[in-house]
Design a protein around this ligand. Structure first.
Ligand SMILES: [Zn+2]
Length: 295
């Protein structure tokens, strides 16, 4: 599932390949991929030029300008679980599950949105509508300041793993990078954010930044579906230290990586490097263990 590094890689790809180009026509092949009316989506962005690409957490907002209009539109991109946004030559055969085609300029290339599991969405928004969407998100995990990060931890009792994934507090982390950041900072996933020492909290802040920066440099992590704008997988998979490494030896100490379920999601950690704290989160279902390995 795409998280900040994968979404950032797609945003960088859009800037490189599509900025300044004009969307001359839009074909919606599966209306479910569009938030709102597919007809309004198409008519509101046709004829507009990609004027800027920004990202907050896992959400991309593409600013679409038009010569005869001072009001920008924004193309909001959410990749969901399996969404792929690519810039493809028009004559490359269209893969199954390609739901939206946005023709660029003279028609030789197009932006394609493909999404087998259909949790991703494209929307066309006004500035006010975009602001409302962004207001629900916390600061971006790459831009959050240390004081903001520490303040968001204060008094929180739930599992720190769930806290890291709460997009309303800090936007961008999902299961992969939350697990990797906690390992990097040597914090147990069931620790309570409000009970973590100041030194440990600062360690976590630095760990999040470090893990995300490394993953962005390597173009993100591909397990199955995620691809960059050219259709290439990310290279961070080989660098993962705990995520999806249940029963394998810890790369730091050799102890066996374990998996527990917290808030319905798998958490992977090293019980030796990430010792269980005296106070753990009170989420009752958080200690349930299962034998099969799932994301
Ligand atoms: Zn270890």
């Amino acid at each position: 599932m795409p998280e900040l590094p994968e979404v950032e890689t797609v945003a960088q790809g859009l800037r490189r390949r599509a900025l300044g180009r004009r969307i001359t026509s839009v074909e919606v092949r599966h209306p479910g991929a569009i938030g709102g009316s597919a007809e309004e989506f198409a008519s509101s962005i046709e004829g507009r030029t990609l004027a800027g690409v920004s990202r907050r957490g896992k959400t991309i907002a593409v600013e679409l300008a038009r010569k005869d209009s001072t009001e920008p539109r924004f193309l909001l991109v959410r990749l969901g679980m399996t969404g792929q946004l690519t810039v493809s030559p028009h004559d490359v055969p269209i893969e199954s599950h390609t739901h939206v085609l946005m023709t660029l300029d003279d028609g030789r290339e197009e932006i394609r949105f493909r999404d087998p599991r259909r949790f991703g969405r494209l929307r066309s928004l006004s500035q006010a509508e975009l602001d409302r969407v962004l207001d629900k998100l916390g600061p971006d995990a790459q831009l959050v300041t240390e004081p903001q990060f520490l303040a968001a931890m204060r008094g929180r009792k739930g599992a720190i793993k769930s806290w890291l994934m709460n997009q309303g507090l800090i936007a961008g982390l999902g299961n992969i990078y939350a697990d990797e950041s906690l390992f990097e900072a040597r914090i147990h996933p069931l620790a309570q954010p409000g009970r973590v020492s100041r030194a440990k909290a600062r360690q976590l802040y630095r760990a999040v930044r470090k893990v995300l920066a490394r993953a962005v440099r390597l173009g993100g992590t591909t397990f199955s579906d995620y691809l960059d704008i050219e259709g290439r997988p990310g290279a961070f998979l080989a660098k993962l230290k705990v995520y999806q490494r249940t029963s394998e030896p810890c790369r730091r100490c050799g102890h066996t990586i374990r998996r527990i379920v917290i808030g319905g999601r798998s958490s992977h950690f090293c019980p030796h490097c990430q010792t269980r704290p005296r106070f753990i989160a009170d989420s009752t279902h958080s200690r349930r263990r299962t034998s099969h390995q799932a994301a």
